[in-house]
Design a protein around this ligand. Structure first.
Ligand code: NAI
Length: 699
């Protein structure tokens, strides 16, 4: 059973029991209905309590039913809610821990609600591009007021029950129980106290009004539209709540339903739902079962206090781990720690961090020049110069001093992890932890699995990623891992576009309009164009025939490395980050075209977007088919959390599904015919071709 039914001295108690969060799946819905029917048919029962077992009252929809017909199988949530609300005997919701989405909508259909202090309440549907579709938009405004309800529904944010209980005139809670342990008893007592009420209060009978009516909703729509730019759901949430104030209840419900169905069919909601599952899937490693034993990590060592080392250290300090940083020189340590302190101090100034918390956190940090101080660490992350010789020195030394069983991680972005592992006698303990810059901000972590990396090391690092609030994706040892291997193709396309007639600003604008946080040229200026230059020099030796645009090299030859040199693809005013169109760069590109004998053509924004995005798709498909990523959805996670791909498009692979893989291949065939592009690159990856031929999609 996914809900239990018991009678306690005249009160029937229906306890939802569908771990982990009592999702309202088909079996649970059926059990609620049968509980209500049984209670109403039993003359010895005079009131009913609905509560949840374990960690939640109810977290809402059962995510295992998402996108499947069973989610709507009768009794659907609407049906359950109607039966609860129409029960002739009083129904009391006894809420604790988590009350979300459909869980709150169910509670709103009960005649009374008792809540334990500390309960978290939310209608988070908007985060999946939807709106609460089982009466939430109609009932919540009636019990906490239109404005408070609108805020909760449009933001999807979690609110503390006590805060809601303090709203003037609120009718959401009839009683707040201070001690959650006594909720069950208090709810039974409450149920007995209302057992004889015949004229039961129902939320649907309450008024929903806002004094400014139309003007208020127009303002809310404007605000929601401005914040949510490309997302239709927040505005439809406003429409639905407005309907609660202008239409009779039943018609309001019908309107909510209609808006819900419209949102279900939007690409944005499909993308957000895809991403919800993609993120969960990314944490799973196919051959590393969830019960794999983990190594205990109590203390962390970091080698190198540069850009990455400092940011990486902050992640662990924030999560309460003692951290020791090792450098070669005292000045380097002081500089590194200075940057860490400044980062925290900026947070204090912005009111995001309390002084006391800062002092506790920074007290966890120690520094050293001596490898002996790493003897007791359980994990070391190396973030020294990107040079195989330096990495070799460091890993040989670590192998000598660090205790057996400690995990040895490298933050390398381009070097061969298997080679790094071979510098030690314990390659099974070596793993890549590829953070993204700034490491204390970016959520993505590529966990690089070496040929010999042990399963318990992987399990430990994946779990640790959650503790330091990163989203980890497993990558194999391939040049650039997942993200940078793909971005190289994207950058090559951006270069070809310049050769053929586009300007840096046209390319940036087109892809930013598509939704990227930053176009390739602004991104190059931010990250430093010299990084790509160094990689191209290496490539020129490894793959001398590889075609690429010379424009980026010409730029670097002028010393225009980006923001750090005050000039890159754009000019920058001193101390400013706003890109200014550079005539020097435009002239440079034009001269380059002349030298190469290219007659520039007008390139449409559509072509720019397709070439940039489909280059990611094709390389992503190759990475999956070669086994360097476990699944296509992992690539979406990498691109959204690491590279500013628009989250509401679900990532490059999901976007390709939306376009249709057949159409994606057709576009690639067109690009392959362009003599200035790289025809070999545009041969569709075999995975892509195969899926398209079978009418399937990336998973
Ligand atoms: P950085 O140059 O800012 O810092 C490197 C630090 O390592 C310097 O403070 C240096 O004094 C120290 N160091 C050098 N040799 C050492 C040794 N033998 N022992 C101890 N410390 C030593 O470099 P950054 O940018 O922090 O990069 C570090 C690593 O992270 C590289 O492998 C890089 O590829 C990787 N990475 C860099 C990213 C970035 O955006 N900067 C992103 C992801 C990875």
């Amino acid at each position: 059973m996914t809900a239990e039914y018991k009678v306690h001295d005249g009160v029937a108690v229906i306890t939802l029991n569908n771990p982990p969060v009592n999702g309202l799946g088909y079996a649970t819905r059926k059990a609620i209905v049968s509980g209500i029917e049984q209670a109403n048919a039993d003359d010895t029962v005079s009131a009913i309590v609905i509560t949840g077992a374990g960690k939640a009252f109810s977290g809402g929809a059962d995510i295992t039913e998402f996108g499947k017909d069973i989610a709507f199988r009768e009794p659907n949530l609407h049906g359950v809610i109607e039966i609860v609300e129409n029960s002739p005997k009083p129904v009391v919701a006894a809420m604790h821990s988590v009350v979300m989405g459909g869980g709150l909508e169910l509670a709103l259909a009960c005649h009374y609600r008792v809540v334990a202090a500390g309960t978290k309440v939310a209608l988070p549907e908007v985060k999946l591009g939807l709106l609460p579709g089982a009466g939430g938009t109609q009932r919540l405004p009636r019990v906490i007021g239109v404005e408070a309800a609108l805020n909760m529904i449009v933001s999807g944010e979690t609110v503390d029950a006590q805060l809601l209980a303090s709203l003037p005139g609120q009718k959401l809670f009839d009683e707040v129980v201070d001690d959650p342990a006594s909720l069950a008893d208090e709810a039974l007592a409450f149920a007995r106290s209302v057992a004889r009420v015949t004229d039961l209060p129902r939320v649907r009978d309450l008024p929903a009004k806002h004094p400014q009516g139309e003007a208020f909703f127009q303002f809310a729509r404007n605000t929601a539209g401005a914040v949510a730019k490309n997302l239709p759901a927040p505005i439809k949430c406003v429409d639905a709540v407005e309907a609660a104030t202008t239409l009779p209840f039943a018609q309001g419900l019908a309107r909510e339903r209609e808006l819900f169905i419209q949102l279900m069919g939007t690409p944005e909601s499909r993308a957000l739902r895809h991403f919800f599952f993609a993120e969960r899937a990314a944490s799973k490693i196919d051959d590393v079962p969830p019960d794999t034993p983990q190594r205990e990590i109590r203390k962390v060592g970091i080698i190198g206090a540069g850009t990455m080392g400092g940011g990486i250290a902050m992640n662990f300090l924030n999560a309460g781990f003692p951290v020791v940083i090792l450098e070669t020189k005292q000045e380097a340590l002081e500089r590194g720690v200075g940057v860490i302190r400044k980062n925290y101090e900026d947070r204090i100034k912005k009111g995001k961090l309390k002084q006391e918390k800062y002092e506790q956190t920074i007290a966890l940090l120690s520094t050293t020049l001596d490898y002996q101080d790493l003897q007791d660490v359980d994990l070391v992350i190396e973030a020294v110069f990107e040079d195989i010789g330096v990495k070799e020195q460091v890993f040989r030394k670590l192998d000598e001093v660090v205790k057996p069983g400690a995990i040895l991680a490298s933050n390398t972005s381009t070097l061969d992890l298997n080679r790094i592992a071979s510098f030690t006698q314990r390659p099974q303990d070596v793993v890549g932890m590829h953070f993204f810059s700034p490491a204390n901000v970016m959520k993505l972590l590529e966990v690089v699995r070496g040929a010999q990396t042990a399963k318990d090391v992987l399990a430990t690092v994946m779990a640790l990623a959650k503790k330091i609030r990163k989203v980890a994706v497993v990558a194999g040892v391939t040049d650039g891992f997942i993200g940078n291997r793909m971005i190289e193709q994207y950058a090559r396309q951006a270069g070809f576009l310049l050769d053929e007639g586009a300007t840096p600003q046209q390319v940036d604008k087109a892809i930013e309009n598509f939704g990227f946080a930053m176009g390739p040229f602004r991104m190059g200026d931010l990250a430093g164009n010299d990084i790509g230059w160094a990689i191209r020099k290496r490539r020129a030796v490894e793959q001398p025939d590889l075609r690429y645009s010379r424009t980026a090299d010409l730029l670097c030859e002028k010393g225009r490395f980006g923001q750090k040199t005050g000039a890159g693809w754009y000019d920058y005013a001193p101390g400013k980050r706003d890109p200014i169109v550079s005539q020097e760069v435009l002239d440079m590109i034009e001269q380059h075209r002349k030298d190469a004998g290219i007659t520039p053509r007008r390139i449409s924004d559509e072509e720019i977007v397709q070439r940039l995005v489909f280059s990611l798709v094709n390389e992503g498909a190759r990475i999956v088919e070669e086994g360097f990523a476990q699944r296509a959805s992992d690539i979406d996670v990498v691109y959204i959390y690491g590279y500013g791909f628009p989250f509401w498009r679900g990532g490059p692979m999901h976007y390709a599904n939306e376009v249709g893989l057949f159409s994606v291949i057709e576009a690639m065939k067109r690009f392959a015919r362009n003599p200035l592009d790289d025809a070999a690159f545009w041969q569709p990856a075999s995975l892509l071709r195969q899926l398209a031929a079978e009418g399937k999609q990336f998973q």
